[in-house]
Design a protein around this ligand. Sequence first.
Ligand code: 5GP
Length: 117
Amino acid sequence: MTDIDTTIFGKIVRREIPADIVFENDDLIAFRDIAPSAPVHVLFVPKTPIASLDAARPEHAELLGKLMLAAADYARAQGFAQDGYRVVMNCGAHAGQTVFQVHLHLLAGTALGGFGA
Ligand code: 5GP
């Protein structure tokens, strides 16, 4: 099992490397993507180690739900929910997952054509 502590996101949680953190609670952290694909590109990351969606188990259901709702709450609080936004979770190498700790991409701030991040 990949541990969030061994990933770049673990370093962000521990403040070992800088990040533009926009939200944090006991369960998760959210920060701006270092290479944004849209005007708004925020990553929502649970603090519990889950390498990918494929590694998620029934005991993670509540946490994954909180991750989704945190993204929706953020979109509403920032005032762009009514314009629309996209959430994406890459799972595995063929999907382009590069950091093996589950994370949700929130993309917004422009009309997002087509499908994908
Ligand atoms: P994935 O490709 O695994 O779905 O998404 C990983 C994301 O993490 C990428 O969009 C990448 O730009 C972002 N990322 C990688 N390293 C860092 C970092 O050190 N800081 C921040 N803020 N984002 C990062």
